[in-house]
Unconditional design. Structure first.
Length: 280
């Protein structure tokens, strides 16, 4: 049986740069639209307009049964929230997941935003801490990809970072187990799976040509989740807040490049002493 290789050629890696940039631009637009009083549909529309203006199409809309450019998850919702009439309120923690397909290649990325609220500074601080911990664990995984030998070590690096930086209020961060990162290329979701925690399986070899969507999904409480009645939205069982950060990342012969970061990942990787290099 023929099985497509999970490793891309240098030309294929170069072709993935533009969809990555378009995906990043869609999240910039989404972030600019997030404010108290805006609906999640407003935020989705801003991202969608950017994707279309750049000559791309939403790869989320290519998923059967899904009709939006983004997933937008608020507060106890962690991932796969459907944009609609929900009005954002001061203090909300909002995770936006977006993607674009351009000339047959895909980008996929997510960021978490906090709606400003000058009245509830303690809640804002807790939610900012959750988002920051999730984002930094993602960068720990990306940095690991630059040097490890197998994909399982990426998940271990994510979990180790979260364990080493627990919530200031005590307890532990929850790491979603049922939802994981993935390969990306001609399709938005490809093999292999990228777990956000330690597993006994070392996973596929990490070598030039590998492109992964690294995306920790972290909660401020229990990792247990449920699927809402819309059959899409994933929320925490205990009502604790969730955060989701994601980048599509390419490893090539000369180094690593974060396809969905406007700077290729330079700022995020600097604390690990890594300078990203675009595929030649």
């Amino acid at each position: 049986m023929f099985r497509r290789s999970i490793y891309k050629t240098p030309a294929q890696l170069r072709a993935m740069i533009e969809p990555g940039f378009i995906t990043a631009a869609s999240l910039d637009a989404a972030g600019a639209a997030i404010r108290a009083g805006a609906t999640t549909a407003d935020v989705d529309a801003a991202a969608s307009a950017t994707v279309v203006a750049r000559g791309a199409e939403s790869n989320f809309k290519l998923v059967r049964g899904y009709h939006h450019t983004t997933c937008i998850s608020v507060n106890e919702q962690v991932v796969h929230g459907i944009p609609g009439s929900r009005v954002l309120e001061p203090g909300d923690i909002v995770s936006v997941d977006s993607g674009a397909q351009f000339r047959g290649w895909n980008g996929d990325s997510a960021r978490t935003f906090i709606v400003p609220d000058p009245e509830r500074t303690e809640m804002i601080a807790r939610r900012e801490e959750l988002s920051r911990a999730t984002e930094r664990s993602m960068w720990a995984g990306i940095a690991a990809m630059a040097s490890v030998s197998h994909i399982g070590e990426i998940g271990a690096a994510i979990q180790e970072h979260l364990e080493a930086n627990p919530p200031s209020a005590g307890g532990d961060w929850g790491i979603l187990r049922e939802y994981v990162g993935h390969g990306i290329g001609r399709k938005m979701h490809e093999a292999p799976s990228v777990f956000n925690y330690r597993t006994p399986d070392p996973g596929a070899e990490v070598k030039p040509g590998l492109v992964l969507a690294i995306e920790p999904m972290v909660t401020a409480g229990s990792e247990q989740t449920l699927i809402e009645e819309d059959d899409w939205t994933i929320s925490t069982v205990d009502g604790s807040d969730g955060s989701h950060w994601e980048h599509s990342v390419a490893l090539h012969a000369d180094g690593i490049w974060v396809l969905t970061a406007p700077d290729g990942g330079a700022a995020g990787l600097a604390p690990w002493g890594i300078t990203p290099t675009p595929p030649a």
